[in-house]
Every structure is written in C-alpha cells, then in structure tokens.
Design a protein around this ligand. Structure first.
Ligand code: PLP
Length: 384
C-alpha cells in the first residue's frame, strides 16, 4: 500500500506507540488519585502538556487543554466564546474552513449569530482588505484556518491577527489542525487567542487533541464535572492518548525531514502537471504559500471518485477532497468557493504526503497514475 492521504490521518509513529503502551498496560492509574500510581499519571499528563506548549510556542503550559479531537477544539473555541459573550454575536470566518468550523458557523447563524463569510479567490486565498472591511466594533470572534486541509493553502494568520487586534476587540481563533507538525508555530509571538490541534494529523492516535487558550481569555467549561483540566474540561483524562500526543509533539520538534517531504511532493506535482495535459493545480502555484506535503490536482473531464477508486485498486490511498466528503456526490465546498468550473472541480484528487513516504512510492504512483489517466481519457473519448 502507498499511503498518500496524510491530511486525512497519519500512521501512529512507532515511538508514539511505544510511549503510550505502558499507559494501556501497567500504568492505569487515575491522575486525580492521591496515591503513587495516580501521581505518576498526573506527572505524565503534565509532561505532555509541556510538550504541546513547547511545540506551539505557548508561553505557559496551562494555556493548553486536552480535548478529544480537532473538531471538539474548534467547537469549544467558537461555541464557548459565544456562550460567554452572548452580546457579541458577529463572527467572521472564511468559505473554505473545515466542516468543524464551517458547519458550526452555519448552525450558529441559524440560531441568531451574524456570520460574515470571507470569500477566496481562484488560488484559495483571502483578500485582507475584505477582512478589514468586515471587522466591526461589535465583532466578537474571527476564526480562520492556518492551513487548508484540501489544498494546503496557508493563510497569513500572524498578519490576520494583527489586523484583528488593530481594528476590533474581537477574539481570534485559529484552526491549526493541518499545520501542526508541518510548519513552525509561535503562539508567543502571534496575535492568536485560541488555537485548535488534532493529534491524529501528526502521528498520535485518533481521539486526542488540544485547545490553546491564551492566558486571560475566558471560555466556559466544555464539560462540567469533576473539575479536571483546571475545571475547563472535566472527565478522567485519556492518559495513554495524552502521553501519545506529547510524544508526537516531541517528534515533530525533532523532525528534520521536511525538505525531503517537500522534494517528494514537488516531484509528484511537477511530473503530474507535465505528463497529463488535462491536469491542473488547485491552490496557489507559489509553493511557499502552501503546505509542503499537499498537492490538489484536477484531471479535467474525469471524475475524481473514479480515479480514486482505480488508485485504490492499485493500492494507492488518496482523497478527493476533505475526508469527510468521501462518498458524497457533492463537489467540495472548498473548490466551489474557489469558483472552479464544475468539470474541473469534480476531477480533483488530493495527494498528501508524510514522513514515511519514499521516492520509490512517488515513482510507483506516477506509473500507476499514467495507466489510469491514459486509460480513462481514451475511454472517455471512445464513449463520447
Ligand atoms: N480542521 C481541519 C483543518 C481539519 O483538516 C480537520 C480534519 O480533517 C479538523 C479540523 C477536524 O479534526 P478532527 O478530525 O481531529 O476532528
């Protein structure tokens, strides 16, 4: 199997598995227990919190709260803010957010919030003047993603944060889920108040995430109960997952292979665009404004789902957009927002590479893809 779907989820790193294993076996205490086993769990949780804080460049580990996933972190940040500030119901977000933000904001609009949706251009980028124009005295919250899950396009969150600070009292939430582990994050320096993280996107298991809450920002508890996580999210801590997230953060800090991943992605992208006349890149062409692991490419006139199925038969895992869209007949909302013509949008495939991919896998993928695309194009013209 060749796994090129790392924006959907990643393999648990062997080092992460090794770190969490004792916590599934002998280290089963409750971090709230006063005895030695409980204390051991508590210190493992706090070590992991410090590791997450260090990766994000947070100034205080207590700004990190463990959650179950990125969606929870996004929901808590946005929903919690509105619960805390019922009179500041104007929200600004973008058309290309992940469903965890987009669908939540649509829901909030239905129940009384006013949402301004920032449009993107054909490259998937926003116009910062649109943001300036949208900010109002009563804007409560601005939520944008750092890296787009479908195209890899990066939003300039540091600059966005400055604009938000200079023009409003709004709180600034960043969905950092696709960026953590892929690009440097510096929350000490960036004007960001809330920041969502998901472990399974960077080699921790599914079921753990985190929300960074800048000191001084008040959110109501996400879960009310025994007062864990400083009373902010009750429920006995998922210690094995939390330990795993901490170890994944250590590995991300130590990872030196970003240029290798970038080189593999560049080769895959360059070769596809050179070999297939009907292939076109979705997302800004300037690679410094995209994640180094992601290529979203449309094969005009073909169905992305057909290509995906044929690649799957040949053992290559890719995606036709957000993983959450799989099985749906709809063209991805992100590509729609980029105003891609329908025949191009529906022929899109997302290749997302990771640290375990090799040059040989890229070569094999290109060979398999050549057969598929040539076969499909030939078949299309016969049928037509
Ligand atoms: N935000 C972005 C940008 C994502 O890509 C995803 C998952 O694909 C999420 C949020 C949701 O994360 P999770 O799967 O951990 O709920």
């Amino acid at each position: 199997m060749i796994y090129l779907d790392n924006n959907a989820t990643t393999q648990v790193a062997p080092e992460v598995f090794e770190a969490m294993q004792p916590y599934l076996e002998n280290c089963y205490g409750n971090p709230s227990s006063a005895h030695a086993l409980g204390r051991k769990m508590r210190s493992a949780v706090e070590r992991a919190r410090a590791d997450v804080a260090e990766l994000l460049g947070a100034s205080d580990a207590n700004e990190i709260v463990f959650t179950s996933c990125g969606s929870e972190s996004d929901n808590w940040a946005i929903g919690g803010f509105l619960e805390q500030n019922p009179n500041r119901r104007h929200i600004i977000t973008t058309r290309v957010e992940h469903e965890a933000v987009r669908n939540l904001c649509e829901h909030l609009a239905q129940i009384g919030s006013e949402v301004t949706w920032l449009e993107v251009d054909q490259n998937g980028e926003i116009d910062l003047d649109d943001l300036r124009r949208a900010l109002r005295r009563d804007t409560g919250l601005v939520s944008v993603m750092l890296a787009n899950n479908e195209t890899g396009v990066l939003f300039p969150v540091e600059e966005i944060g400055r604009i938000v600070r200079e023009n409003s009292d709004a709180v600034f939430h960043v969905d950092g889920v696709q960026a953590v582990g892929k690009i440097p994050i510096d929350l000490r320096a960036w004007p960001v108040d809330l920041f969502a993280v998901s472990g399974h996107k960077f080699h921790a298991p599914k079921g753990v995430g985190a929300l960074y809450i800048r000191g001084g920002i008040q959110l109501p508890p996400f879960i009310i109960g025994g007062g864990q996580e400083g009373g902010r999210r009750s429920g006995t801590e998922a210690v094995p997952n939390i330990v795993a997230l901490g170890r994944a953060c250590q590995l991300a800090r130590q990872f030196t292979g970003h240029e290798t991943v970038r080189g593999l992605r560049d080769r895959l992208e360059d070769e596809i665009l050179a070999r297939f006349p009907n292939a076109r890149l979705n997302g800004v062409a300037d690679r410094s404004r995209r994640l180094a692991n992601t290529s979203n490419i449309s094969f005009a006139g073909l169905e992305g789902s057909d290509i995906l199925a044929m690649l799957d038969d040949a053992g290559v895992c890719v995606s036709t957009g957000s993983a959450c869209n799989a099985g749906s007949q709809d063209v991805s909302a992100v590509l729609r927002a980029m105003k891609l013509p329908f025949p191009i949008a529906r022929g899109s495939i997302r290749f997302s590479l990771g640290r375990y991919n090799t040059g040989q896998e890229v070569d094999q993928t290109l060979a398999i893809l050549s057969e598929i695309i040539r076969g499909s194009v030939a078949q299309t013209s016969v049928c037509d």
